[in-house]
Design a protein around this ligand. Structure first.
Ligand SMILES: [Cu+2]
Length: 349
């Protein structure tokens, strides 16, 4: 049996590879939607049965009833057999009706969320190329990682701020398009503790393949600790560390920290350390409202770059052509952590 694991970018801590079932077909089921597997394997078995039957009869007939000499006349001129035709129409009809009824019931279960799930409503916002999650009755958000409670039905309200995406959580057997300008919902009841992959299943641009998140299914006690909101900013060093982990979740797809240019400029060198130890921002050529000007990088500029990236665009090619994704709702302490992190990258001049 072959196994594959999903490659994680180095910046993120990898989720454990997901076990594939004995048929090598579906990842391990971790929700109550077992009818998906039942219907899948039923359809699979029906296909295999009829493939073998039809190809078998075909091959048998080809050999048995072939023309054995050049001048052999046709042995039969039968063109119809009503009982046989009724049988091969009615039996497949019954089989597809079973598939339809099974699929219909499954689809109904999936689309109609129970009240308990709707009371446990999360929001998942998709944008190029990351996921933002909001929790029921909780102001904090998390990025590319979300925590749900085992055995507790949960519903997600799905929205996109740019293009088509799709919320695809194979272990839970759920998938739904995320459509700009329209709310979609999806619900499931996780049955196993662990970490599961959430993918974007709609090709949505250059970094579509990196647009995935981790779903943590945890116990109620673990959930009560609000693991999505662990943000240590007790000291500048701790804030920089929190900032670094947020960076790897939502900024690393476009910014490096080692000086190599990526979609956006590297953060290394945004701040420089003077000989006397003070950390100052670099000079930066920007385009604001069509005019080119030089500014000094400071906290206000970074804040603006995060909330309104188009206000001042880096004038250097090729960045100026690529608009950065805006993060208008990013909390202030998180922005501070990111700034601490940028400062911690400063080199001695
Ligand atoms: Cu996407």
């Amino acid at each position: 049996m072959f196994h594959f694991t999903i490659q994680e970018p180095a910046a993120q801590s990898p989720a454990p590879p997901q076990a594939i079932d004995a048929f090598g077909q579906l990842p391990q089921l971790a929700s109550t939607f077992d009818h998906v597997d039942g219907l899948f394997y039923f359809t699979y078995a029906v296909c295999i049965f009829f493939f073998v039957l039809i190809v078998g009869v075909l091959l048998f007939s080809v050999v048995k009833y072939r023309r054995k000499t050049w001048d052999q006349p046709p042995q039969s001129s039968v063109t119809h057999n009503t009982p046989l035709e009724v049988v091969w129409t009615v039996i497949p009809l019954i089989i597809v009706m079973v598939m339809f009824a099974w699929g219909y019931m499954g689809a109904r279960d999936m689309t109609i969320a129970p009240a308990e799930a709707s009371r446990n409503l999360y929001k998942a916002t998709a944008k190029q190329w990351n996921w933002t999650f909001s929790y029921p009755n909780d102001p904090a958000q998390s990025f590319n990682e979300v925590w749900v409670v085992k055995d507790k039905p949960v519903e997600f309200l799905l929205e996109s701020t740019d293009v088509l995406h799709a919320f695809y959580l194979p272990a839970m057997r759920v998938k739904r398009d995320v459509i700009p300008g329209r709310y979609q919902t999806i619900w499931f009841q996780p049955t196993q503790l662990g970490q599961f992959h959430l993918f974007c299943a709609e090709y949505c641009g250059k970094d579509h393949s990196r647009m995935y998140a981790k779903v943590h299914v945890v116990t109620a006690e673990e959930y009560a600790k609000r693991p999505w909101d662990l943000w240590d900013d007790s000291t500048p060093a701790a804030a920089a560390k929190s900032g670094a982990s947020l960076y790897s979740q939502i900024c690393a797809s476009c910014h490096t920290v080692n000086g190599t240019p990526s979609v956006g400029p590297s953060w290394k060198g945004l701040f420089v350390k003077n000989a006397d130890g003070t950390i100052v921002g670099r000079q930066r050529e920007v385009i604001e409202g069509g005019a080119r000007k030089t500014i000094t990088v400071d906290e206000a500029y970074i804040l603006e770059s995060i909330k309104k990236p188009d206000a001042k665009k880096v004038a250097e090619e090729p960045y100026v052509r690529n608009a950065m994704t805006a993060f208008p709702d990013l909390e202030e302490r998180k922005i501070k952590g990111l700034i601490e992190y940028m400062k911690s990258l400063a080199d001695t001049k």
